[in-house]
Write a protein that binds this ligand. Structure first.
Ligand SMILES: [Zn+2]
Length: 136
């Protein structure tokens, strides 16, 4: 067993650290993520992770073809992770689990009390779905 998850406590966690952000990049992420990554959404559901409450969503500019926006997002999960940098899913995007004391350069600011771990979704590519265009 690589981890124990308290899905109920993960779903209930809400404070200023995972308050939804209203900027256009985060709005676009929220608007398009579920349609683009149904398998990842299913995985998040099993963990109890509320998609609309990430710790952080990083917008990483356009892909080279400039038809998709690249993102990395981070979520806090209540439970214990016994193996650091555990890859849970790797296909169209990647889901990796990190221990709070990992040496990996991740975003891990959370108000969650121990024990917890950080869930990272990387290699995300999303279409732009808002009427207003990004400034770049
Ligand atoms: Zn934002």
């Amino acid at each position: 067993m690589d981890y124990i998850v308290d899905a109920q406590a993960t779903a209930a966690y809400a404070d200023s650290y995972n308050q939804p952000c209203g900027c256009i990049y985060c709005q676009n992420y929220q608007k398009t993520f579920a349609d683009a990554y149904p398998e990842v959404v299913q995985l998040l559901r099993e963990f109890g992770v509320p998609i609309h409450r990430p710790l952080e969503v990083m917008d990483l500019f356009w892909n080279p073809a400039r038809d998709n926006r690249r993102y990395i997002s981070y979520y806090s999960v209540k439970g214990e992770l016994f193996t650091d940098k555990l890859c849970l899913y790797e296909k169209d995007a990647a889901v990796t689990l990190y221990q709070p004391n990992t040496d990996a350069p991740i975003y891990k600011n959370t108000g969650m009390e121990m024990p917890y771990f950080i869930l990272e979704i990387s290699d995300i590519q999303l279409p732009w779905a808002l009427p207003e265009a990004p400034e770049d």
